[in-house]
Design a protein. Structure first.
Length: 322
């Protein structure tokens, strides 16, 4: 078992046949995921060559983001009559749990055979400005070409929790614009210039970034402005998203969350040496992040993200690539 108090980052490698998944105790990070392709094994997520590079992981590569993923306007929220002030790290706003969120913490890990690992971290009352002690557990399992992230968080008092797994998927070399995407969503949450939701839920009819029918990212973003939107997922059986690359690889994602953030790596840069064969640049990968809605803690019209001892947080995410 890794000891988070020692500060030592431990690496865990899961395997099932010719598929492997490499994780770090720091931030519960998915560092590498390799699948067979053309007689070789290729990486399908962006990562850094040196695990120590993740100590300055400004792009949030592979992390479990929280306590509250995405943005909170003004780095504040009110709960039960008390205003809580969080640490800003996106101008005046709070992003992905702030500068000392779960993605910056060294978790404990226990192995359960070759295909499963259980990560735990206890976030103390007041960490990042959030109320309550929260016991966080993320179980990661590999079955064939499917990775399951089972995320749970149990607080000792009411507090907002909204976790998000933040892989940058790269199914082919080069920009992601050549890939075809489907998202099962009829609406989205519009934002202002600071990417804070306006509080509306708007239909996608006629929007360039409507992916209900599979279409290339190039067609949705011909001017390469980038896409960074939260989609309101339709309640359907089957994949919430499907991504297909010219290599023949396909990603299918299943989630129980109400929202899915699509981010086309508009600000990605070579902050550190990437894994061999990768280039980290604008549009080199894309993020598909199941989650509660951004700024939900300040929008009464959005699904609540308040967890309690009697109603703890839970998210199950399944991603299949092959």
């Amino acid at each position: 078992m890794a000891d988070p108090e020692s500060g030592q980052i431990e690496q865990v490698r899961l395997t099932d046949g010719d598929v492997s998944l490499t994780l770090l105790t720091l931030g519960c990070i998915t560092r590498d995921w390799r699948v067979p392709l053309g007689g070789a094994r290729t990486s399908v997520v962006l990562g850094y060559a040196d695990p120590r590079a993740y100590l300055d992981n400004r792009a949030s590569l592979g992390v479990i983001a929280g306590r509250v993923a995405n943005r909170i306007a003004g780095s504040r929220f009110e709960l039960n009559g008390r205003v809580h002030h969080l640490m800003p790290n996106d101008g005046p706003n709070h992003l992905h749990g702030g500068p000392d969120g779960l993605s910056h913490r060294n978790w404990s890990v226990d192995r359960d055979g070759a295909r499963r690992a259980r990560f735990t971290y206890v976030s103390p009352d007041g960490e990042g400005g959030y109320p309550g002690n929260v016991e966080c557990v993320v179980e990661v399992s590999l079955t064939g070409h499917t990775v399951t992230y089972d995320m749970a968080a149990t607080p000792d008092r009411p507090t907002p929790i909204n976790l998000a797994q933040h892989n940058y998927y790269a199914l082919a070399p080069g920009p992601c614009h050549n890939q075809t995407l489907m998202i099962s969503a009829s609406s989205y949450t519009p934002t202002g210039p600071d990417l804070i939701p306006t509080g509306q839920i708007a239909p996608l009819d006629g929007a360039a970034f409507d992916f209900r029918k599979p279409r290339s990212l190039a067609a949705a973003d011909p001017d390469c402005d980038g896409i960074d939107h939260n989609y309101v997922l339709d309640p359907i059986d089957g994949p919430a998203a499907r991504l297909t690359a010219t290599t023949g690889l396909t990603l299918e994602m299943e989630t129980d969350q109400p929202g899915l953030q699509l981010y086309t790596a508009t600000h990605l840069a070579p902050f550190a040496t990437p894994l061999p064969g990768q280039q980290h640049a604008f549009f080199a990968g894309l993020c598909l992040e199941p989650q509660g809605f951004p700024n939900a803690v300040n929008e009464t019209g959005f699904p609540s993200i308040i967890a309690t001892p009697d109603c703890p947080y839970r998210q199950v995410l399944r991603v299949t690539i092959g």
